[in-house]
Design a protein around this ligand. Structure first.
Ligand SMILES: *Cc1c(COP(=O)(O)O)cnc(C)c1O
Length: 429
């Protein structure tokens, strides 16, 4: 880390816990301290010491067009000149909603909020209000933001209710959250057989992204659809990462499963704070002011954020946009796999479209338990070696690499070359 970053980090530690405003930004999982950003453009991010990196964090997903896309920047500037917030409706909200619905026909009605956390928290409230049930089912290793009900890990045994995963989450609330292993449809079946009438909703990342990228096994999403329908529970897809990422219409388009409610975030705001929740009209029309489920937001539908989202989603509709991203993803995944094989280091790369994770493990990664077999120490060494070579990966083994449309062939080749060196050094160490 450069001197200027070190100084800024020390200053920041006097104001923010751990020097950061979101814990994943600290480099605690990989060792060292974070670099401070000066600016970013396209595939590159530059720190305050003047070092430039090929960036695969992409603000943790939103920057699918690359950083500071000129058309998105211009749209934000234009919107700002007309005022930055009104607390009254604008046409921009309807225009963005039209684009969202074109991509996700299951969102018959929706609400804009300001983060993915807010979207998931609100979707749960709607599911509970609509079904008049309190329990929810989630999967180990899936992250749905930091609302109380969602920071819960499994109790012992599949049929016990959850215990808090964070201090400050009341046990009385956590016990309404049931947690099961990802991809384990049989456990879902038996839990519903025992407690089906208590469960308001199943919430799932249709492709998991927050324990590293993990694909749904064939039949998993379809099975969740069938089981929830049989028991009168709602199916919520948390597409905060996958939405507009693995296809224009997200996982529900790619896998052909239609949930009752969907949460979006990240890309939909084009780099500004936007979340969306929505779904079946009969459910969403229970939300205030039409119904008795309350949810609100002073900055919801913010005009700058709407403008950034509209411009971004418009650009995503360019011909072959997703095919090109897919090819880039494939190229990087193959490059990583070959580099690992050459160094004789066991690595498993999971990928869908332009998101991927290379796990430092020799076994297939299909859930949280298998993800945890990864050698996080090795990942930390690899991460730092890549950073030294001008490549910024996520500062944790259990995150995705995000490829953008701005990543060039040269970027990808340089990244694979860096990985070859880094892995060879790791094998020699
Ligand atoms: C990032 C993320 C969230 C939370 O979104 P924030 O905007 O960080 O609050 C929720 N769900 C998933 C799947 C995410 O990746």
């Amino acid at each position: 880390m450069g001197d200027r970053s070190r100084q800024l980090f020390q200053d920041a530690c006097r104001y923010f816990p751990g020097g950061v405003n979101s814990p994943v930004r600290a480099f605690r999982a990989v060792g060292g301290d974070p670099f401070f950003v000066s600016h970013a453009s396209g595939s590159r991010i530059t720190d305050v010491d003047g070092r430039s990196y090929i960036d695969y964090v992409g603000s943790w997903g939103p920057m699918i067009l690359g950083h500071a896309h000129p058309r998105v920047v211009a749209a934000i500037q234009k919107a700002a000149e007309a005022g930055t917030s009104y607390g009254a409706p604008t046409e921009l909200e309807t225009r963005l909603a039209r684009l969202v619905q074109a991509a996700f026909p299951s969102l018959e009605r929706m609400r804009f909020v300001s983060s993915g956390t807010e979207a998931c928290m609100s979707a749960l409230r709607v599911a509970r209000g609509f079904t008049r049930r309190d329990a929810i089912l989630k999967f180990e290793g899936c992250y749905h933001g930091h609302a109380d009900s969602l920071l819960v890990k499994a109790g012992s045994g599949a049929l016990t209710f959850g215990v808090p995963d964070s201090l400050g989450v009341p046990a009385d609330l956590a016990r309404h959250t049931l947690t099961l292993p990802y991809n384990d449809l049989e456990s879902v079946r038996s839990v519903f057989a025992a407690r089906g009438t208590e469960i308001a909703a199943v919430i799932v990342e249709p492709v998991a992204g927050n324990m590293g990228v993990i694909l749904p096994q064939p039949g998993f999403l379809e099975g969740l659809r069938e089981i929830t329908r049989q028991h009168g529970a709602l199916l919520i897809f948390d597409e905060v990462i996958t939405g507009f990422r693995i296809a224009w219409g997200g996982a529900q388009e790619r896998y052909g499963v239609r949930p009752d409610l969907t949460c979006l975030g990240k890309i939909v705001g084009g780099g500004l704070p936007v979340g969306v929740y929505g779904g079946r009209a009969d459910i969403m029309e229970q939300v205030a002011p039409l119904g008795g489920i309350y949810q609100a937001g002073t900055l919801s539908g913010n005009p700058l954020a709407m403008a950034a989202g509209i411009e971004t989603l418009t650009l995503l509709q360019a011909p072959k946009f997703y095919a090109d991203l897919e090819a880039k993803g494939q190229r990087l995944a193959e490059g990583f796999s070959q580099a690992a094989a050459a160094a004789r280091i066991p690595v498993r790369t999971n990928r869908v479209g332009s998101i991927l994770t290379s796990f430092f493990t020799g076994i297939p990664v299909t859930d949280d338990a298998t993800a945890k077999t990864a050698d996080t120490k090795r990942y930390g060494v690899f991460f730092r070696a890549m950073l030294e070579r001008g490549v910024s990966l996520a500062p944790s083994q259990f995150e995705a690499a995000f490829i953008s449309a701005a990543h060039s062939s040269e970027d990808l080749d340089a990244t694979v070359a860096a990985a070859r060196e880094a892995l060879a050094a790791l094998a020699g160490a």
